[in-house]
Design a protein around this ligand. Structure first.
Ligand code: FDP
Length: 337
């Protein structure tokens, strides 16, 4: 089988995509290099002193893992030199990261979660880097946050690197979803999953059910539906929850299913659940829609939400189209009651 590298794939599709210029290829190549460096370090975890906490707490109020901090530094270091970005934002940084004056700037805005699922790292569970790329309006310097807060529908590319049994890149530029696997012997991502389509109805539901007592009635009804027979499959779904969004998402993307992280009453400061709109929900929503699936906060399409803050949280129901429709149906009925 002829093996296509991710760069070849990009160049082949460059003509089809209005935004895929040489600059975009440059951006993605730099992102790939950063991910290869992170992948190398993740695969050594346990052998070198990269496990455990740094002792710091991030902007989200969460303990910072050493690998989290490492991944964040690698990405910022690489990407601020790319010459095509006007600003960077990371789940780990409270504010946008401005491109230092000594580096050229461009009109792309990159936002990422450097190491999603990182609370699982010490147990050797799959983690990943989720990214989302926008193009800012003409004349915008990228200095003001308000210029960078855009609806997910405006993303020009999004995807993730999954550091698992192998390292994968899954991404979309709005023309389907393609998966590449890193061949460590040649150091290249090779096309392994062209044109990924997710099943219209899944077999798996993924949720942290321990929060049951913090959920409202419609949310409990939804989870009960997937455990019972009043669902698109007509029989109970299997439960699978790794607790690493990017890994749970990837499995469901390939096999079909729904991932749920609803709003809950655990922490009055986080009434919208835990996941972040800009660096988690939007990129994965773009991927799933391009693969034939759907993503909602229970009422609106994730990609239609106008963000108000950089670290805004959002309830997330994402996966197979019919399964997400079931969620919308139950919440819709509850709103009318
Ligand atoms: P983590 O804190 O380990 O980075 O985005 C945060 C996230 O993981 C997701 O990857 C994961 O799906 C979720 O949190 C798990 O949260 P719960 O422990 O509340 O289930």
């Amino acid at each position: 089988m002829p093996q296509i590298t991710v760069t070849e794939h990009l160049l082949l599709h460059q003509k089809e995509s209005p935004m895929a210029s040489g600059r975009f290829t440059r951006l993605l190549n730099d992102l790939i290099l950063a991910a290869k460096i992170i992948s190398r370090e993740v695969s050594k975890a346990g052998l070198v002193d990269v496990l455990g906490f740094t002792g710091e707490v991030n902007v989200q109020g969460e303990q910072v893992q050493k690998l989290d901090e490492y991944a964040n530094k690698v990405l910022i270091h690489r990407m601020e030199r790319a010459g095509v970005l006007c600003a960077i934002a990371s789940e780990e940084n409270a504010d946008i990261v401005r491109i230092p004056d000594q580096f050229p700037k461009g009109d792309y805005f990159l936002i990422f979660d450097p190491l999603d699922g990182s609370s699982n790292i010490d147990a050797n569970v799959n983690v990943g880097t989720i990214f989302s790329i926008y193009r800012v309006a003409e004349g915008c310097s990228g200095d003001k946050l308000c210029d960078l807060l855009m609806q997910g529908a405006k993303q020009v590319a999004a995807g993730y690197f999954l550091y698992g049994t192998s390292t994968m890149l899954v991404y979309t530029t709005g023309r389907g979803v393609h998966g590449f696997t890193l061949d460590p012997s040649v150091g290249e991502f090779l096309l392994s999953h062209p044109d990924i389509r997710t099943p219209e109805t899944g077999k798996v539901y993924s949720v942290n059910e321990a929060y049951w007592s913090y959920w409202d009635e419609p949310t409990r009804e939804i989870v009960s539906a997937f455990k019972g027979t009043d669902n698109p499959r007509g029989q109970p779904y299997g439960g699978r929850y790794i607790g690493s969004l990017v890994a749970d998402f990837h499995r469901n993307l390939l096999y079909g299913g729904i991932f749920l992280y609803p709003a809950d009453t655990r922490d009055p400061k986080k009434p919208q659940g835990k996941l972040r709109l800009l660096c988690e929900a939007n990129p994965l929503a773009f991927v799933i829609e391009q693969a034939g699936g759907a993503a909602t906060d229970g009422e609106r399409d994730i990609l239609s939400i106008e963000p108000e803050e950089l670290h805004q949280r959002v309830p997330l129901f994402i996966g197979s189209k019919n399964d997400v429709a079931k969620v919308m149906e139950i919440y819709g009925r509850a709103r009318k009651a």
